[in-house]
Write a protein that binds this ligand. Structure first.
Ligand SMILES: Nc1ncnc2c1ncn2[C@@H]1O[C@H](COP(=O)(O)OP(=O)(O)OP(=O)(O)O)[C@@H](O)[C@H]1O
Ligand SMILES: [Mg+2]
Length: 378
């Protein structure tokens, strides 16, 4: 996928701009606080209908204005698509080729992007929730049915938790739980099966890319920790096996669940861990290594996606290259040259030379974006 043209109005600190990006690497450079990440955020917004920053939707609209808009012409394997997003005080509008799209779930997959941002670093060291979100997003960007399952699971979970509390208070008999247990196991097992299946393939991509970027003989293991299996117990990932273990797991904890009023096992509580040569990356990887690992996780997602869909997603790399040493920077550029369209932000105006790549360069200054060629603003 590729963006052929991007037009913004009243988005963050950008009053109005039209950007025609290049096909390969696009470098957005400029000083701190000028609007580089804002531009990436607009592209991300076109894909996810939301932002990657912890912010309310109305904050995306330029201060003092009532509405903003992001419009993109996307090329998807030769087919152009026009996407128009409008953001108001409360609501947002989505149109693809002029036709309104009312449900977000029906929109996913229209335009694919993969993002690396400073927040991605939390994948290695942060809370489990971020790792679950990463995993889920990687899966549903390839399979929309997975997103429907996640939504369904969340609903079942909520209702089951309400019921657990009612049982605790003696207002509902315990047998009413049976039907909710079955639903939880049915949908939850499908989610788990998809996660196991995805990880089996993804881990191979990730190890390969980790070796290209970090260390030729680098070891990397990605482990999935399911709350419904006991420590050390094996799980092959077959559907009936998962269902059986899920049911047995519920039977073992249901008394405590009623006491606490919440569901204690299932994919909503599972976690991933990353192990490098000496042990868990959380405790053994250096700052730079954690960064490279997070980058490898993101790039593998993009590569995996590219193989499955037959075309690479647009890659957004916020502030990725400046802190890398020259060797790692070189390795990264070699990798990026083989991806599709890439957007990279930096405060270093010479990054293209340092990376030894040919690129389309844009200067970002006080919310204005200008194409720069041979040192001259165009
Ligand atoms: N809704 C808004 N209206 C106007 N300005 C905004 C709005 N939201 C954010 N800004 C401003 O946009 C500016 C640029 O933000 P951005 O995060 O894009 O900077 P950046 O170029 O990526 O900087 P850095 O190199 O520090 O990451 C900030 O000064 C911020 O105050
Ligand atoms: Mg920034």
């Amino acid at each position: 996928m590729e963006i052929r043209r991007l037009s913004l109005q009243h988005f963050r600190n950008i009053r109005s701009c039209i950007v025609v990006p290049g096909r390969g690497i696009n470098i957005l450079f400029g000083d701190n606080g000028q609007g580089k990440t804002n531009l990436l955020e607009a592209i991300y917004f076109l894909s996810h209908l939301g932002t990657f920053r912890p912010t309310a939707q109305k904050d995306l609209v330029r201060q003092g204005m009532q509405w903003g808009r992001v419009e993109g012409t996307i090329e998807d394997q030769g087919v152009p698509k026009d996407i128009l997003l409008t953001i108001g005080e409360k609501e947002k509008g989505v149109r693809v080729n002029g036709k309104p799209v009312s449900r977000g779930v029906d929109y996913y997959g229209t335009f694919d992007v993969t993002l690396f941002s400073p927040e991605t670093l939390n994948l290695v060291r942060g809370a489990p929730e971020g790792r679950r979100r990463f995993l889920d997003r990687a899966i549903y960007s390839l399979d929309r049915r997975y997103l429907y399952d996640l939504k369904e699971y969340r609903k079942i979970l909520q209702q089951r938790n309400v019921l657990l509390r009612l049982i605790r208070e003696g207002r509902v008999p315990r047998r009413e739980l049976t039907v909710w247990n079955e639903q939880l196991v049915r949908t939850g097992s499908r989610i788990l099966q998809r996660r196991y299946r995805f990880l089996k393939e993804y881990v191979e991509y990730c190890t390969g890319i980790f070796r290209q970027l970090v260390h030729k003989e680098g070891e990397l293991r990605i482990l999935y920790h399911a709350t419904l299996v006991r420590k050390g117990e094996a799980m092959t990932g077959g559907l009936s096996e998962i269902q059986e273990k899920f049911m047995a797991g519920i039977a073992a904890v249901v008394d405590r669940e009623i006491q606490g009023g919440t569901t204690r096992i299932g994919p909503h509580l599972d976690d991933l861990s990353f192990e490098v040569a000496h042990g868990p990356a959380k405790s053994f990887a250096s700052q730079g290594e954690s960064r490279m690992l997070a980058l490898a996780l993101t790039l593998s997602e993009a590569r995996f996606h590219s193989e499955k869909k037959g075309a690479p997603p647009v890659l957004l790399l916020d502030d990725v290259a400046s802190e890398l040493d020259p060797v790692h920077r070189q390795r990264l550029s070699r990798f990026l040259c083989r991806m599709g369209q890439v957007f990279l932000t930096t405060t270093d105006k010479d990054l293209d030379e340092k990376m030894e790549v040919s690129s389309t360069r844009f200067l970002v200054e006080r919310g204005e974006i200008t194409l720069v060629k041979n040192g001259e603003k165009l």
